[in-house]
Design a protein around this ligand. Structure first.
Ligand SMILES: [Ca+2]
Length: 426
């Protein structure tokens, strides 16, 4: 079509002779006229051809425009397609990258394999199913076992009857217990009556326990020396020195010093339990003193023997100490008699009176002094200090620093040879 249109466009147009028709004279019979008329017809034909050509040109222009439009559209489509292709390529590359990454991730693949193997194993494992089946069969068997049910019923009846028997037995036992309690109470009353009618010495003799030195003395022991006593009322025994001569004998020594072999610079615990050796120098122990004097009227006899052989003494008619919870506090009562003269109970100075004072040691300050008397370098020993003392027998065995063993009768430790503190119940 395009070629036919182009052919028409460039086809030559015939020459038109118009001069004679418009200006010359007219002769219908002349050859010239005939020619002119033929020319006019040719002109009409040409005009028609030109008209047709014009139409064709317009059509061709439209067609060309359409072709141009089609071309633009195709170009746009191509551009769009290229964009899509590019996007698709990118997506494809991304997917490829992901696939590569997944392929590289062996861990995930291994996990998947492991899980697959486990699933496979579980599918193959029929043991569990078999167990369940076995249990189900057992349950069914048990539920259908009438014999077992009968056994349970029989047992239940036995339990019921046993419970009734037990109740009856309980009632019987309750009565028996009441009888025994009544008998026991009667016996206890008889025992108490028996005990009240006997002396302490008789009871102790029966149990073969000696509570103190007086007990030995009453049993006929008149020799001073070391004896074993049980002040705590049980089988536990301690060794003590018994003075069987002084003031009628039967004294238990709670303190004794005949040399400096034993240090009295001791802790609270050591004074509590006692230390040293009763045949030489020792402290019997605060717990033992408490037991020896608890609930019994007892006397305290203090003696100091000087190096020149002179012995001074002081006797207090009332003596006891409380237990550890009360810091072994001292109770001392008169009358006080002797050659030492009272320097513990009524000294004439309230700072030196010891009755009512707690026991103190270098590691336990219970005194009325702002510091700790027991820890002073000139003292270093346990005692019932006030603020601090006029009489003190537990100093370190260093006569040079031993001031006021028993003020004012014995003013210096330099002269001291021996000391003793003796206890005896009335
Ligand atoms: Ca103090």
């Amino acid at each position: 079509m395009m070629f036919s249109i182009l052919f028409l466009l460039f086809m030559p147009i015939p020459q038109v002779r118009t001069g004679s028709l418009l200006t010359g004279t007219y002769d219908p019979n002349s050859t010239a006229l005939i020619n002119e008329i033929r020319d006019i017809k040719e002109i009409d034909v040409l005009r028609q051809i030109i008209n047709q050509e014009t139409l064709i040109r317009v059509a061709v222009v439209k067609d060309v425009q359409a072709v141009v439009d089609d071309l633009s559209s195709v170009k746009r489509s191509m551009a769009s397609s290229e964009t899509m292709v590019s996007t698709l390529q990118q997506t494809l590359e991304s997917l490829k990258s992901q696939v590569d990454s997944l392929n590289r991730d062996n861990t995930l693949a291994q996990k998947v394999e492991t899980l697959q193997r486990q699933v496979y194993t579980l599918r193959q494992d029929k043991t569990l199913e078999k167990r369940v089946e076995t249990l189900e069969r057992q349950v069914n068997t048990l539920s259908q076992d009438k014999a077992l049910q009968r056994k349970v019923e029989i047992l239940q009846r036995k339990v019921d009857s046993l419970t009734e028997e037990q109740i009856r037995e309980k009632e019987n036992w309750h009565e028996k217990i009441q009888e025994i309690e009544q008998k026991f109470n009667r016996n206890i009353t008889e025992v108490y009556e028996l005990l009240n009618n006997r002396t302490l010495e008789t009871i102790i003799k029966d149990f073969k326990l000696y509570v103190d030195c007086k007990h030995y003395y009453l049993q006929g022991q008149t020799q001073s020396g070391v004896y074993r006593i049980s002040p705590f009322g049980n089988e536990s025994q301690i060794e003590v020195y018994c003075d069987m001569v002084t003031e009628g004998g039967g004294w238990t020594a709670i303190q004794k010093r005949v040399s400096g072999s034993e240090s009295f610079d001791r802790t609270w615990a050591e004074y509590k339990n006692g230390f040293g050796f009763p045949d030489d120098s020792y402290w019997i122990g605060n717990d033992a003193i408490h037991q020896l004097t608890k609930g019994r009227n007892s006397s305290l006899y203090v003696s100091i023997t000087l190096k020149n052989g002179t012995t001074f003494y002081e006797l207090y008619q009332q003596f006891s100490i409380n237990d550890e919870a009360d810091n072994y506090s001292l109770f001392l009562g008169g009358p006080a008699t002797g050659t030492l003269v009272d320097s513990m109970l009524h000294t004439g100075n309230s700072d030196y009176n010891l009755s009512g004072m707690s026991f103190s040691t270098p590691d336990r300050d219970n005194d009325r002094y702002s510091g700790n008397c027991a820890a002073l370098s000139t003292i270093r020993g346990g005692w019932w200090f006030n603020n601090c003392h006029a009489a003190f027998l537990n100093i370190q065995w260093s006569p040079a620093v031993w001031s006021w063993p028993w003020w004012p009768t014995v003013r210096s430790g330099t002269d001291v040879k021996e000391t003793m503190m003796l206890v005896r119940r009335h």
